[in-house]
Design a protein around this ligand. Structure first.
Ligand SMILES: NC(=O)c1ccc[n+]([C@@H]2O[C@H](COP(=O)([O-])OP(=O)(O)OC[C@H]3O[C@@H](n4cnc5c(N)ncnc54)[C@H](OP(=O)(O)O)[C@@H]3O)[C@@H](O)[C@H]2O)c1
Length: 249
């Protein structure tokens, strides 16, 4: 079986850039890019037309049956994964999700949606895809997290839903790393913070960011892949930043 990679949440932003960088790098014979709406993911479709080794798969992380079906498709087509990156995330959207500055802004319904995408999604993907990471080679499962999900590093407050969901995602990452150390010993399971990246997600919050600290998505993708490339199974259960430094939980 040939090396295969999958990027979950690849329609735009960092996920799309990761697919572009994986295609450019050439280390994987098969690359799967998942998104919730392949018909509308024009950039991904254009990439798939130009690169026969790229396959698009439907996967909305809030629908477990779609995650299970996507795992079946990848198992049948590739039989294994050497790299799985959970990139999908939600900080704000047109339907009212947005970072809360004070307690009065909190809504149970919005917390539910933010947790579903950022925290439950990557865990359900882990549940359905981990058998594909169990093979004789090294396999990396990376969940794109955020520094604001660090409890130890939280000095500013605010952003209750997103911070809480990324902290929960981090706990799920660490817990899965412990279980998979027994059940898939060649798997490296980590959380990684991409830095501040110039995507739709960060657009409303870029004013205070110094230009050299606002990464182009392709640069962010290369930095993430470079950190992941160097990891051994001993690194499993860690939380890294884009430059390979450790972030406190
Ligand atoms: N940008 C930053 O500065 C920054 C900083 C720290 C951490 N992060 C993290 O990095 C990751 C990528 O963020 P980004 O900046 O690339 O964000 P983005 O440009 O807003 O892209 C978000 C991606 O998540 C997908 N998504 C949202 N809900 C989904 C669902 N229910 N099922 C499947 N996919 C879904 C979107 O798909 P649609 O096109 O279908 O909406 C889109 O592809 C996120 O986990 C984010 O929290 C980003």
């Amino acid at each position: 079986m040939e090396p295969a990679a999958l990027v979950q949440g690849a329609s735009r932003g960092i996920g799309l850039a990761l697919v572009q960088e994986l295609l450019a790098a050439g280390a994987h014979a098969r690359i799967f890019a998942t998104c919730r709406n392949p018909e509308k993911a024009e950039q991904l479709r254009a990439l798939a037309d130009a690169h026969p080794r790229l396959a698009l798969v439907r996967l909305d992380v809030t629908r477990e049956e779609e995650i299970a079906e996507a795992a079946r498709i990848v198992r049948d087509e590739a039989g294994r994964l050497d790299l799985l990156i959970n990139a999908a995330g939600l900080l704000h959207d047109a339907a009212g999700v947005g970072p809360e500055k004070r307690l009065e802004a909190i809504s149970g319904e919005i917390l539910q949606r933010v947790f579903e995408v950022n925290a439950f999604g990557p865990l359900l993907v882990t549940k359905h895809f981990y058998p594909l990471l169990k093979h004789e080679g090294r396999a990396v499962l990376a969940n794109i997290s955020a520094r604001v999900g660090s409890i130890g590093d939280n000095r500013l407050g605010g952003w209750y839903g997103y911070r809480g969901a990324k902290a929960a995602q981090n706990m799920f990452t660490r817990t899965a790393a412990i279980e998979l150390a027994r059940r898939a010993p060649n798997a490296v399971v980590v959380a990684i913070h991409p830095g501040t990246v110039d995507t739709d997600l960060s657009k409303p919050f870029q004013r205070s960011v110094r230009p050299e600290k606002l990464f182009d998505p392709r640069l962010a993708a290369r930095q993430i892949l470079s950190v992941l490339d160097g990891l051994t199974p001993q690194a499993s259960g860690s939380f890294y930043a884009w430059d390979g430094s450790s972030i406190p939980w």
